[in-house]
Design a protein around this ligand. Sequence first.
Ligand SMILES: [Zn+2]
Length: 433
Amino acid sequence: MSKNSVFVLDTNRKPCNPVHPAVARKLLTQRKAAVFRRYPLTIILKEESKNQPKELRIKIDPGAKITGLALVSDTNIVWCAELEHRGFQIKDNLSDRRARRRSRRNRKTRYRQPRFLNRKRRDGWLPPSLMSRVFNIESWVKKLCRLAPISTISMELVRFDTQKMVNPEINGIEYQKGELFGYEIREYLLEKFNRTCVYCNTKEGPFNLDHFYPKSKGGSDRVSNLVLSCVKCNQKKDNQLPVDFLRDQPKLLALIEKQRKQPLADTAAVNATRWKLKETLEAMGLPVEVGSGGLTKFNRKRLGISKSHWTDAACVGTSTPDSLNIKGYQPLLIKAMGRGSRQMVNSDKYGFPIVAPKLRQKSFFGFQTGDIVKAVVKKGKKIGTYVGRVAVRKTGSFNIKTKTELIQGISHKYCQHTHKSDGFSYGFGEVVQ
Ligand SMILES: [Zn+2]
């Protein structure tokens, strides 16, 4: 049983304090509440609530593929989830469409004047694949704000805090006291050396920060004297001077010498998507706290929490409490699926239509593709109960994708809604032991 709280709305749909699943179950069996949404599980009370709910904070660790989400109160985790984006799929779809249009225009409007110079991009334009991540997160923050009393947002904005290390190549670790600085430096160097061992080029961590010129032989503590090395190479090098360790590889030696002195360009630390997300969240009117990746890691190590997308989210920012219990929590796995396609005709690889145009209708017999349904089949070859994502057909004979298999040809008559399509599919992650 997961410890993730169940969201509670009062009869006027005002968010109340989320409750433990056992409390929710009791309210449901006593018929004091009804299920409002299945994902995330929300119940609606049958009376008005006069209590002032306790304010919650939503914490976000935005990632390229998966974004971690955590709802926390002052001392506790309330709810957690991991949101999977569609970034690469969108890019593929758009390249595909582009190719198809190119081909069609070549065939049908060959003598049209070129008009490629009249296009302009707005300031702050981001490619659709990146914007989809921003939109996914925005829609979930908005959704959660409707279900829980959220008053503040925390998000990880940058990998490392450049302001904490003005001119990092000059300042040494020693000058900046404090453990946190070490974490910022580490993130900085991971980025600078592209998460690759400088000696053997492996991308397999864990990595050590290697003093290029060993301290025992007069090497300094400056960041420019630190390089990223896998544990194996680090041990092999021990306290040898670079010229001795790399005596057979003069080219590599010269390369590292050059690389280690080059400061990382500021732009490398700035992630356009995350800044866009910050703007978007700020536009929602809630205060947004930002933190760095170094700080997240520092917090996570300090609290002794294992790494995952949602635990990282719970550790974002300076607001993180001194202790967090993550035992027993199970993240809701949310996957962005899109809401169908506008393309009316499927085409072959040359861009020619291969079947008749798609029907303009999306829903049949009250169901649409992406709904989660429960089908109880009582007769015929497919007797059984199936719960899963449905793919609708005009004939009323649907396909249901359950956790384990794809069941074809289930009549709409057997189906009942569990959760209507909202552009996401759902699952559950592992319970933290
Ligand atoms: Zn190595």
